[in-house]
Design a protein around this ligand. Structure first.
Ligand SMILES: Nc1ncnc2c1ncn2[C@@H]1O[C@H](COP(=O)(O)OP(=O)(O)OP(=O)(O)O)[C@@H](O)[C@H]1O
Ligand SMILES: [Mg+2]
Length: 337
């Protein structure tokens, strides 16, 4: 019933979601990077992890706090992040039924500091036999089946919760990369601010995210969509609701969308001409949950005059790519560190 040796594991420890991929079997865990903690004087105890903790966002009883320990792709709260990783690794390993600790490969944002790398290794080391790191944009590109090992350039844009990573990749190397500290979370914040300023309605993070996913877009094609939004009226203090249109949500998040497009434009401008020629032919690939924003592909393609494709499963591109490295160590062995 039990395997002696654990199968290797790939991890995407994201600001919004944590995913784990087991060599040979695929994705074995997919949970929001969220922990609910109960505070009792100085003592704190984890009461819920992942989706269970996410349901508690904005509706916790006194003494319970919901924490997101990863910010802009790096560990912001070491103690809570370690607790969360231990729990998730236990869940993933329960499925794999192995007795020994696995070898693990973890996706990290480009520009991560030595201290931040150390924190990730330390948080996982006790649970793993060996920890390797891989550049997230590289992993996303592999996960999108881009030809990263060949002498042609690919442009990958990974729009996560906390960061947007833009990278030009050729011959297993990142030729040029930019990391913006803006992603889906910044869009949610912009929607919260818009609702407060324009409609004097107070809404929480979860409602803002729902609005973004339901009627949010980057292109006027989607302006006519609308939905009813509930919150608390800032004028009366009572619960209130109103009809919100796609156009105003598009307007509210436009600053973040424009920053992403500007980032891609800069990446193209800073790429040597032969390589940018490749990109003009092969196009731009979008990954990360932000790639699901309606009309973003069309908008980028219209503004930059380049073909844009969205990954088949954008939320899983990084973990899938890191997992593909485990499945094919000969081809990818010089990519991790
Ligand atoms: N349909 C959708 N439309 C718009 N945004 C979406 C959609 N689905 C998910 N998102 C957003 O995608 C983001 C999460 O994406 P992802 O899981 O790739 O981030 P992450 O890897 O955890 O973060 P990071 O890479 O910044 O550390 C969230 O902001 C979420 O709201
Ligand atoms: Mg990510």
């Amino acid at each position: 019933m039990f395997r002696l040796f654990a199968r290797d594991l790939a991890i995407d420890l994201g600001t919004a979601n944590t995913l784990m991929y087991e060599k040979g079997s695929g994705i074995v865990l997919n949970e929001p990077s969220i922990v609910a903690l109960k505070f009792d004087g100085q003592r704190k105890q984890a009461v819920a992890f992942g989706s269970e903790a996410k349901m508690m966002l904005g509706r916790t009883p006194e003494g319970v706090k919901v924490i997101r320990p990863v910010r802009t792709g790096v560990i912001a709260d070491f103690e809570v992040a370690s607790l969360m990783l231990k729990q998730f690794l236990m869940l993933a390993r329960q499925k794999s039924r192995s007795l020994f600790r696995p070898q693990v490969i973890v996706g990290v944002p480009s520009g991560i500091t030595e201290v931040e790398k150390r924190a990730i290794r330390d948080a996982i080391e006790g649970e793993a036999r060996d920890v390797k790191l891989i550049d997230e944009a590289m992993a996303a590109a592999i996960g999108c089946n881009l030809p990263v090992t060949e002498a042609v350039a690919s442009l990958i844009v990974d729009i996560g919760g906390g960061t947007t990573d833009i990278a030009v990749i050729s011959l297993k190397d990142v030729v040029h990369s930019v990391s913006l500290r803006q992603g889906g979370d910044a869009m949610d914040e912009a929607i919260i601010n818009h609702m407060r300023r324009r409609h004097h309605l107070l809404i929480g993070e979860s409602t803002a995210e729902l609005i973004k996913k339901t009627i949010g877009s980057a292109h006027p094609d989607y302006d006519k969509q609308e939905m009813e939004v509930r919150g608390r009226s800032l004028t009366s203090g009572a619960p209130g609701s109103l009809l919100v249109a796609g156009a105003e949500v598009r307007e509210a998040i436009s600053e973040v969308v424009n920053a992403i497009i500007t980032g891609i434009r800069h990446a193209l401008e800073n790429t040597p001409p032969e390589l940018s020629g490749d990109i003009m032919t092969s196009g731009i690939a979008l990954a990360g949950g932000g790639a699901l924003l309606k009309g973003l592909d069309k908008r980028i393609s219209e503004e930059l005059r380049v073909a844009v494709t969205v990954a088949e499963d954008p939320l899983a591109a990084v973990v899938k790519g890191a997992g593909m490295c485990l499945d094919n160590t000969e081809l990818y062995k010089d990519i991790w560190f």
